[in-house]
Design a protein around this ligand. Sequence first.
Ligand SMILES: Cc1cc2nc3c(=O)[nH]c(=O)nc-3n(C[C@H](O)[C@H](O)[C@H](O)COP(=O)(O)O)c2cc1C
Length: 315
Amino acid sequence: MEHLTFLELAKLLISFAICAPSGHNSQPWNFQITENQIIITPDFGKRLEVVDGSNRELFISLGCALQNLQTAAAHYGYKSDYVYKDGKIVVTINQQDTCNNDTLFNAIKQRHTHRGEFTGAKIPDDLLQSFETEENANVLVVNTASPEANIITKKITEGNNIQMNDTAFKRELIDWMRFNKKHIKETNNGLCYNVLGFPATPKPIGKKMIGMFLTPKAQNKTDMGVNNSASHFAVFSVKENTEENWIALGKTLEAFLLRITAEKLAYNFSNQPCEIPSLNISLKEELKMEYYPAVIIRIGYGAEPKHFAPRQEVF
Ligand SMILES: Cc1cc2nc3c(=O)[nH]c(=O)nc-3n(C[C@H](O)[C@H](O)[C@H](O)COP(=O)(O)O)c2cc1C
């Protein structure tokens, strides 16, 4: 990689950063390149005002992009450090002697959020134990047959009952849906019909149809199938709700998802009861967690998707 200018290297690293997951596939990031730094800033124009009023998921998404960027830097033989200052994630990149992190690096472009039910197969204990590292100290992993999982599924149901009766929540969700190829091409972001497994429709028809599906009953029925077919839940938490901690959590989350991908496991995000303040507190208390739950995922085994979520080019 010595033949690359810093600008070329930075663009290469950013092409991996943007493969990160983000709430509603909003891709709420901007990138600037300086002499030896890459600066990631939030794009508040993409914030999810209703579902993510505190910007927590926005900063978690930035942390996911940062993790990809640093994983790619290490792969190409660069050491990277970051600081979060004045609302900017400043990543300094320096040459080093060794290249590493191939397992995670190779998973960056394969990783995707699994849509639909899992196979029901259980992840072997020894494989799960290999996820119990210092970096994952704030991740609680529980078997879907455990009493803790009952608490989690109850909170997901309560969250669905609140969110699927909230007109503003549904309006925001529908605004981020993309209903046909032309619609996807216009934005290259959002939740796309083909990724979600819906047929293509003209925009007004799609909006009307999806509106009819967004009910507590329909969502809870879908979630029951997905919850029961998953092997485990993983609950990611933060000690304090600060932007720094959300970014760090995003890094932990993305590294976890890349490991999941490398191990040929599947994952998806549950609808997030953590987004509702009262449920966030009761989930923490009932699960006897030390920290605040921020993101819940399900893990297990599942089929590969036919379509990947699109990404916007940033340069
Ligand atoms: C912080 C965060 C929260 C998310 N919350 C949800 C969610 O509640 N429900 C869901 O289905 N997907 C959720 N997602 C997954 C995104 O929709 C997904 O990452 C995005 O559509 C891009 O798709 P990909 O992960 O397959 O690349 C979340 C992702 C992040 C990073």
